[in-house]
Design a protein around this ligand. Structure first.
Ligand code: SF4
Length: 259
């Protein structure tokens, strides 16, 4: 990865949405041309909704994979299943072998992410392992993912290093040698682009965004500020996690945590 690559990504930041749509569609077309059986990773979040809307324009019967972590916001679960039904998706809802509480008991809670840290164990067991197992079992050789370089430093470095379309080694089962094509059509999109596309195309809005900024697992402790967010939306769960971590409920959030 070079400085030039990072600069190239930065240059995309303020480009018009129309240019980004053209590139996203080119990445989708290239990915379809280079692979035989594809899937879209759908979480219910705003990026994956936009990604799904774009990919369906090329392949309406594409396999759509949702990893139900078991600790989803109930509103997200409802939203995902509603989209699956109303958009008539070729939809698969995957479940993990271990639950969140078993994983954190063994490996601990996820730390607030740092670009140099490894993926938390819960992300592997709740999302990536079920998805990878499904891709292998179903001979899927290309997956569309809605990540963007502007979401975090980790993602920017990853996209600068790999680009928006690349063959990746399968992780997990080392006996499975065949690589998988990873496609990031939204690699250069900002949050503003995503919301603009949703509005322009009149896409449905996930109700989770009415009270939090991200639709990921409700119990996630892997981002800075999780205490404040969780104490406001689910004080009992917040107290349970603090207790399991051996920490005292923070005074700042005690007013939220009375419920
Ligand atoms: S989003 Fe958070 S809680 Fe969910 S699997 Fe990833 S690190 Fe764990």
């Amino acid at each position: 990865m070079s400085y030039a690559k990072l600069k190239e990504i930065e240059d995309w930041y303020n480009k018009p949405l129309d240019d980004k749509i053209i590139v996203a569609k080119q990445i989708i077309q290239d990915a379809l041309n280079q692979s035989t059986k594809q899937a879209v990773a759908f979480s219910g979040g705003k990026n994956s909704l936009v990604l799904l809307h774009l990919v369906l324009q090329f392949k309406p019967d594409i396999i759509v994979v949702f990893c139900n972590t078991g600790v989803e916001y109930p509103q997200n679960l409802k939203f995902v299943r509603k989209i699956a039904k109303e958009w008539n998706l070729n939809f698969y809802e995957l479940k993990p072998e271990k639950n969140f509480w078993q994983i954190v008991k063994k490996y601990g809670f996820p730390d607030p992410r740092r670009w140099y840290k490894k993926e938390p164990k819960c992300c592997w067991y709740l999302k990536n392992k079920p998805a990878n197992d499904f891709y292998k079992a179903n001979n899927i050789d290309c997956v569309f993912v809605g990540i963007s370089a502007f979401e975090s430093r980790t993602r920017k470095l990853h996209i600068a290093k790999k680009g928006p379309l690349f063959w990746a080694k399968r992780v997990g089962d080392t006996r499975f040698k065949k690589p998988i094509l990873r496609a990031y059509p939204l690699a250069y999109w900002t949050d503003r682009d995503i919301w603009q596309y949703i509005e322009l195309n009149d896409l449905p809005s996930n109700p989770v965004y009415n009270f939090v900024e991200r639709t990921g697992c409700m119990v996630c402790t892997g981002f800075i500020g999780w205490e404040k967010q969780l104490s406001a939306i689910n004080p009992a769960l917040y107290r349970k996690i603090m207790h399991m971590m051996g920490k005292t409920v923070l005074a700042d959030f005690s007013s939220h945590a009375q419920g």
